[in-house]
Design a protein around this ligand. Structure first.
Ligand SMILES: [Zn+2]
Ligand SMILES: [Zn+2]
Length: 497
């Protein structure tokens, strides 16, 4: 049984092995949605734990690029575009590595989606090494293994029949028809004296090819056993159904590996299934920072779960994106401030900003907006309070202009300034909060430190203009270096009261 955090246990299994090879598999016929990412991220997480423990880890992503394209995959790949489906439907049944790239930017259909998948994984900080099986076949890597399967074809069938009751594969390998180049409807009729007789139901032609000429793809379980042997794979993630002990793919592949391919030992890493409401499909990547999506998928890898809005909002409130700030609080409190000065954000901050905007839209029914103070929110306040707000803003701006100031130093200076407000502290901060749209948000010391300086200057200017327009003396100028400026504002307040 795997515990909820199986990673330390997995690391222990390799305690005496320096180099560990982990593999994951895919058929890069389309990109799919976020659920497909779990397998890769779980494998990557194991790789990270091992690397942290000092191991050298090789991490492969193996694309079964000799798999034939099927109609369902094509539909997803072209985004259900009827015109494209019509245009490419005759491709179904040919290996994806032998089809052209519909968008013309890669050497093949498979290469296109291989790169799209890798790009997606890179954005989640997962960097496997791509292996595309068609190239392995092309380079003859599989030749000895295929020869073995061809020469012992009946024996392997018999082995499977006796050891795995109920598992009867249709065939051990799929030959490529040399006439029409389809692979999905070919049968092996006879294997004799180095020749393979093939019948293709697609073009209804017979062919007889030598072992050397034969282009084919192994049954997936045999293929698994072959790659374990060739790449010396030590661990590979599998979902529960593959790990079914009687006739699950893993058990079958393991037996084939032991019997025919040297029996390289592989540790299965079990991962649970992710269910998702259809409407959320393909919104998660845009809405969650990589680290958050990653945690969601890898933290309890063996658990099945359903991605619902509630679960995502809870996750957003749990994962911190910067010290002391959860993703959800970031979205509601800091994000609107960042909207004001996108040009001053770092690349990481811009990423976080765009994720937050998407999260608000998809899961909170909330559109990010600029919290610019309205004239009304200024007008309703007493000029004396506004005068204090103005003075406080001026002091804060001057503090903030010192870019060396740490958050702690800023808080310290600010609490000195706020203390000077005395009994006017409440109304002044209340109005300030309303003006910057932080009625129930972050502590004042935090938002005044985080708000873009340009924004604070703009706000100060607006209040200044208003005070001038109502004939209120703006007694304290920004240039005034005296810390007493706040106190003199307060004196004014007392005079009014
Ligand atoms: Zn392309
Ligand atoms: Zn054919």
């Amino acid at each position: 049984m795997l515990s909820s955090n199986p990673y330390p246990e997995l690391v222990k299994r390799f305690a005496n092995q320096q180099v560990v090879t982990i593999a994951t598999g895919a058929t890069c016929a389309y990109l799919g949605d976020e659920r497909n990412l779990r397998e890769f991220l779980v494998a990557d997480e194991v790789a990270r734990w091992l690397r942290r423990a000092g191991h050298t880890v090789i991490f492969y992503l193996i694309d079964d690029s000799l798999d034939p394209l099927n109609f369902r995959q094509l539909r997803v790949a072209v985004n259900k575009d009827e015109k494209l489906i019509e245009q490419y439907k005759n491709w179904c049944g040919k290996p994806i590595s032998q089809l052209p790239d519909p968008w013309g930017c890669h050497e093949s259909y498979a290469a296109h989606f291989e790169e799209e998948l890798l790009n997606r994984l890179h954005r989640l900080d997962c960097h496997p090494t791509l292996v595309t099986t068609a190239k392995l076949y092309e380079r003859g890597v599989y030749t000895p293994y295929i020869r073995l399967v061809l020469t012992r074809y009946d024996e392997i069938f018999e082995f499977l029949r006796t050891n795995f009751e109920g598992y009867k594969p249709e065939k051990l390998l799929w030959p490529l028809c040399p006439h029409c180049l389809y692979i999905h409807e070919t049968d092996i009729k006879k294997i004799d004296k180095g020749l393979v007789d093939i019948h293709c139901h697609s073009c209804e032609q017979h062919s007889s090819v030598t072992f050397e000429e034969l282009q084919c793809k192994l049954n997936w379980k045999l293929d698994c056993a072959v790659r374990w042997a060739y790449f010396k794979i030590d661990a590979e993630p599998f979902s529960k159904s593959y790990l079914e002990p009687q006739t699950g793919s893993f058990a079958v592949a393991q037996a084939l590996s032991r019997e025919y391919f040297g029996g390289h030992k592989v540790l299965p890493i079990q991962y649970g299934l992710v269910n998702m409401e259809k409407k959320f499909s393909n919104t998660l990547l845009a809405s969650l920072p990589g680290s958050v999506l990653r945690s969601l998928l890898v933290d309890r890898p063996a658990t099945d779960f359903k991605l619902t809005r509630d679960l995502l909002v809870t996750a957003a409130s749990r994962y911190t994106v910067m010290p002391g700030l959860s993703y959800l609080d970031f979205i509601k409190q800091l994000l609107p401030m960042w909207l004001l000065t996108p040009q001053s954000l770092t690349r990481e901050q811009r990423d976080l900003l765009s994720h937050g905007i998407a999260f608000g839209r998809h899961f909170l029914d909330w559109e990010a907006h600029l919290p610019l103070p309205t004239r009304e929110s200024i007008e309703v306040e007493q000029p004396a309070v506004l005068s204090l707000v103005h003075t406080l803003l001026g002091r804060v701006i001057r503090l903030r202009e010192n870019s060396e100031l740490t958050s702690e130093q800023f808080q310290q200076s600010l609490s000195g300034l706020i203390d000077c407000l005395g009994s006017h502290k409440g109304p002044t901060l209340h109005r300030l909060r309303i003006l910057v749209g932080q009625e129930q948000g972050l502590p004042a010391g935090r938002f005044l430190f985080l708000l873009p300086l340009e924004y604070l200057r703009l706000l100060e200017y607006m209040v200044h203009l208003y005070l001038q327009s109502v004939g209120e003396t703006v007694s304290i100028q920004e240039e005034d270096p005296s810390a007493l400026s706040i106190v003199s504002g307060a004196t004014q307040m007392r005079a009014i009261a």
